[in-house]
Design a protein around this ligand. Structure first.
Ligand code: DSN
Length: 417
């Protein structure tokens, strides 16, 4: 009935279909996920948890939420899952609350090196409520595990935080656990270990990288990035002492009524991620990301390299333009990326020296390895020249590639359900 919004949704569908989406945190959920999210479950108030609600009439949503919880537990090998956080930021807010007190020290990655606003930025609750200290990446742009050990002894934080928004390499969670345990043994302390795996949740679910849930006290995530579900948050744990605290940190501390329609959509996405085909999808994402990064490097660009679904390119060094200019120029041919700080960046966050490139979304639409290499050439040519005739012809090449890809509103993925 609302023609204005209907027209805008259609406009956005056309925009998304016409372009190559390379923002590393985006993806295309299935029609089943969107149907659940757009369902009548939005009608229901259900403060509390399954079997312990503050409202009547919750017998069906109890089953929905329990199913989502059980699937999340099976997917990530945990004893506890909370599917109520409305977002990754709220999941982090609740996780901190369950483990530490305001004013406590937290050791997290330097924000410019790929952390997140909720990992200690002064403009977020995190930097205001807690005393954040930061570890930088090593010279090679990778986590310097030896330095972590030194910093843990120096800072003596109540909580150590791993998990990043722009880190292209595997993270050795087992080694982090060991370093924390050794520090605790030396100092007679008990340091909590938290991982925000929002970016790599799909890779973890597919079993293609180390599972942080096996080592951390609490793992938070979003459900809409590599995991390909609805926009939302998730908290997981195997530390029994925290289960009750986590529940009350989400509700009633951080949130009111859960979004049962979104929780249903999370259950659908978990069902899809539990299907064997999800692993093949994620393998393709990793291969496509590597292919594009490798080809750009061969073309002479300075790239970070990659061991996951994203890589960074230093466009300032490679093409003499900043990240913002690169983002705008690529946008003009239909390739969407975001400007991103790179390790040791000298530019402000509003400009940056780099861009972040990821293949989770494009792969969902059917992007092949050959096309990922072709996309590297398109990126390279676009960043080398802003000649209007060249831009127009590159735009045509983008249109040709996406013409064989699936419509973003018609995607179905196999499920265990
Ligand atoms: N905004 C997300 C990203 O792009 O990585 C993090 O929450």
């Amino acid at each position: 009935m609302d023609k204005e919004i209907e027209t805008l949704i259609e406009e956005e569908r056309v925009r998304q279909n016409a372009g190559i989406e390379l923002i590393a945190s985006e993806n295309y959920p299935s029609r089943a996920v969107m149907a659940a999210q757009g369902s009548i479950l939005t009608d229901k108030y259900a403060e509390g948890y399954p079997g312990r609600r503050y409202y009547g009439g919750c017998e069906v949503v109890d089953k929905v939420e329990s199913l989502a919880i059980e699937r999340a537990k099976a997917l990530f090998h945990v004893a506890y899952a909370n599917v109520q956080p409305h977002s990754g930021s709220q999941a982090n807010f609740a996780a901190y609350r369950a483990m530490i007190n305001p004013g406590d020290k937290v050791l997290a990655l330097t924000l410019d090196d790929g952390g997140h606003l909720t990992h200690g930025s002064n403009v977020s609750f995190s930097g205001n409520l807690y005393d954040f200290h930061f570890y930088p990446l090593g010279e090679d742009g990778r986590i310097d595990y030896d330095r972590l050990s030194v910093l843990l002894d120096e800072v003596e934080p109540a909580l150590f935080l791993a998990g990043y928004s722009a880190y292209p390499f595997e993270i050795d969670f087992a080694r982090m656990r060991r370093i924390i345990d050794e520090h605790d043994a030396r100092k007679g302390t008990k340091t909590f270990f938290m991982v925000d795996m929002a970016h790599i949740a799909g890779i973890v679910a597919a079993g293609l990288c180390d599972n942080p849930c096996l080592y951390a006290d609490v793992v938070t995530s979003t459900t809409h990035k590599t995991l390909r579900g609805p926009r939302g948050g998730l908290i997981l744990s195997n530390n029994e002492e925290l289960f009750k605290k986590l529940n009350s940190a989400v509700f009633p501390y951080a949130q009111g009524g859960p979004l049962e329609h979104v929780i249903a959509a999370k259950a659908v996405a978990f069902g899809e991620a539990l299907h064997p085909s999800f692993k093949s999808y994620m393998e393709k994402v990793l291969r496509n990301t590597y292919a594009c990064s490798d080809e750009l490097e061969k073309l002479g660009a300075e790239v970070s390299g990659t061991e996951n679904h994203l890589f960074l390119c230093n466009v300032l060094k490679s093409y003499g333009i900043d990240g913002k200019q690169a983002q705008i120029r690529l946008g003009s041919i239909g390739i969407t990326v975001n400007k991103n700080m790179i390790h040791g960046d000298t530019m402000p966050p509003s400009k940056t020296s780099g861009i972040r490139v990821g293949f989770a979304a494009a792969t969902s639409r059917g992007c092949s390895e050959d096309e990922a290499r072709k996309i590297a050439h398109l990126i390279d040519k676009t960043l080398r020249s802003d000649d209007q005739a060249t831009i127009a012809s590159l735009k045509k090449e983008v249109a040709e590639i996406v013409s064989s890809w699936k419509d973003i509103a018609s995607l179905d993925y196999p499920t265990i359900a």
